[in-house]
Design a protein around this ligand. Structure first.
Ligand code: ASP
Length: 335
């Protein structure tokens, strides 16, 4: 190539590539820094969480457990694992800890039993699974996943769910496994009022762009035998849709069922074009708070934007993504 032609060619390539940058023509190698490759957000329940009722030791136990749960999920996502695995494994950490109202340490119903609900949903396929009022399945979230993946149904209750879980090879324990002394004492104190919030939840976005959401709970202290909360009701306490968001809720379940909270957030995004943050505020702050529906939600969208929105005095919560550092919070004034 002659020298002037070569100079002209180099010049033309330079001008063209800078024009591409300016008008934002996507190049295969370009990385959109605003979009997270992966993201995860968790909650460990919402309610009356005041510093004066929390010892420094308990405070750090909660924070450490939330960080441990987030680390388990984020390792899976970093290594290219699915959001479904991340949600299930992250929730296992919290189910196995008596600090939270799910699995071991679940609250007691009016009969003094631990009666648990859980649900999980796949935002790519909209497949969902839930178990309701189970007493012997060590990990209700894994049972919910088994219902989704191994049965033709969305929801199984009580003994039917337990028989199914056992057939699927899930670990079955005696009801005593879930007993926690501190919960028992608060059950004794709360005998005639229902006020205990708890629950654990996780929403994750994986490198393939798939969102999953899961929630696991013991429900509310002193709930009636047989009561079902919002957690296993798809669209109320748990929802996932790649095109909008994944949501996991915690709070006074009856309000979350009546207001179809998780789906309402997704619907505001889908039909009104709202951002996840605005939709979450609309539902949790503007709609639920005035009617006394205390609690909160965690969620994320396809870009990896996360929210941890609540109208209660606190919510155990945390999030981390490929482009944000881990954040853990408990009280309202840490927002
Ligand atoms: N939402 C749960 C229920 O009503 C309780 C909670 O989140 O604390 O069963």
């Amino acid at each position: 190539m002659k020298k002037p032609i070569l100079i002209f060619a180099i010049l033309a390539i330079t001008i063209f590539s800078s024009a591409c940058r300016n008008v934002g023509i996507p190049k295969e190698t370009s990385v959109d820094v605003s979009k997270a490759e992966w993201a995860i957000v968790i909650h460990g329940g919402a309610g009356t969480i005041k510093r004066e009722f929390m010892t420094a030791e308990k405070d750090s136990l909660y924070r450490a457990k939330l960080a441990e749960a987030l680390s388990v999920g984020s390792e899976i996502l970093k290594n290219g694992g699915t959001s479904m695995d991340a949600v299930e494994q992250t929730i296992h950490v919290m189910e196995e800890s008596p600090l939270f109202n799910a699995g071991k340490g679940a609250v007691f119903n009016e009969r003094g039993q631990n009666e648990m609900d859980a649900a999980i949903m796949n935002g790519e396929t909209h497949a969902a699974g839930a178990v309701v009022n189970v007493h012997t399945i060590k990990s209700p979230i894994s049972a919910a996943r088994a219902v989704m993946e191994k049965s033709a149904h969305v929801m199984l209750t009580g003994e039917g769910a337990e028989i199914f879980a056992e057939k699927q090879g899930l670990e079955i324990v005696t009801p005593e496994y879930f007993f926690d002394q501190a919960r028992w004492e608060s059950f004794q104190k709360a005998k005639d009022k229902i006020d205990k919030h708890g629950t654990v939840g996780c929403v994750a976005l994986d490198k393939k762009g798939n969102i999953s959401a899961g929630t696991s709970t013991g429900g509310m202290t002193m709930k009636m035998y047989g009561r079902v909360g919002d957690v296993p009701v798809i669209g109320a306490g748990t929802y996932a849709d790649n095109a909008t968001c994944g949501i996991s809720a915690t709070g006074h379940g009856e309000y979350f069922i009546r207001n179809v909270v998780a789906y309402d957030v997704a619907a505001l995004m889908k039909y009104k074009g709202m951002s996840l943050e605005n939709a979450a505020n609309e539902v949790i702050i503007n709609k639920l708070k005035p009617i006394g529906g205390s609690g909160g939600i965690i969620g994320l969208d396809a870009e990896g934007n996360t929210i941890m929105t609540f109208n209660s005095e606190g919510m155990f919560r945390g999030t981390v993504s490929s482009n944000t550092k881990m954040v853990i919070g408990i009280y309202e004034d840490e927002k």
